[in-house]
Design a protein around this ligand. Structure first.
Ligand code: DX5
Ligand code: ZN
Length: 221
């Protein structure tokens, strides 16, 4: 198993002071910054584009930036986010005509490639393209909004995804995104996740460091 990563989703941060929010959460012990990109087409919400990723790099954020693309079509934005300093770029299979080609594009641009499975999307979609992946992201809510409730059947999908990764022997991170809180992160970790996106539970708290500490205790305990 890989080292645990906690990736705060800045969707629930104060966007008027995004650089400082990233500094604060990294200072508080976060491992990377999760940036949710929504286009009001693939998902019914709209966030920010590659300029904001570039702005965070120029501001001085050195930690990995985990870009979650919820956009259709996706290929042009893969290129733009790679140029804007993304570390991981994750895409949804429904948002590209040619999944294998889009995943190869991410790696060709020097980024780590992620595949995102919506709650209703089968783990089997990942099977053929495993050799193209650095990360497999299991959505535990339907994409589009922070602050939604964890869908419990996705624990079974995490177990299935963990088995698939372990059988392959490939160094693929298993990430979970949506509704992860202090009270359920131990179940999520036991199901096989090693990378945890946490949005509202961190940015809704008074002390980011205290929530991050509680999340890590719950994972290891
Ligand atoms: C949902 C996003 C998530 C979301 C997580 O589409 O992909 O990253 O912001 O937020 P919480 O932890 O509040 O569910
Ligand atoms: Zn996300």
């Amino acid at each position: 198993a890989q080292e645990i990563f906690i990736a705060p989703s800045v969707l629930s941060a104060d966007f008027a002071r995004l650089g400082a929010e990233c500094d604060d959460v990294l200072e508080a012990g976060a491992d990377m910054i999760h940036l949710d990109i929504m286009d009001n087409h693939y998902v019914p919400n709209l966030t920010v584009g590659p300029m904001v990723c570039r702005a965070l790099r120029d501001y001085g954020i050195r930690a990995p930036i985990d870009v979650h693309l919820m956009v259709d079509p996706v290929d042009e934005l893969i290129v733009q986010f790679a140029e804007a300093g993304a570390s991981f770029i994750s895409i949804h299979p429904e948002a590209t005509r040619h999944l294998d080609r889009s995943l190869q594009l991410i790696r060709d641009l020097g980024c780590k490639a992620g595949l995102v499975l919506n709650p209703g999307t089968s783990v089997g979609v990942a099977r053929q393209v495993l050799s193209r992946l650095d990360l497999l992201l299991v959505m535990s809510v339907n994409p589009g909004f922070g602050g939604q409730t964890f869908i419990s059947y996705t624990l079974d999908k995490l177990r299935e995804a963990r088995q698939l990764i372990d059988e392959s022997g490939l160094p693929i991170r298993l990430e979970v995104d949506g509704g992860v809180k202090v009270h359920n992160i131990s179940d999520v970790a036991r199901a096989g996740a090693d990378t945890f996106v946490v949005g509202s539970a961190i940015f809704g708290a008074v002390s980011y460091a205290e929530v991050l500490r509680q999340l890590r205790v719950a994972v290891h305990g």
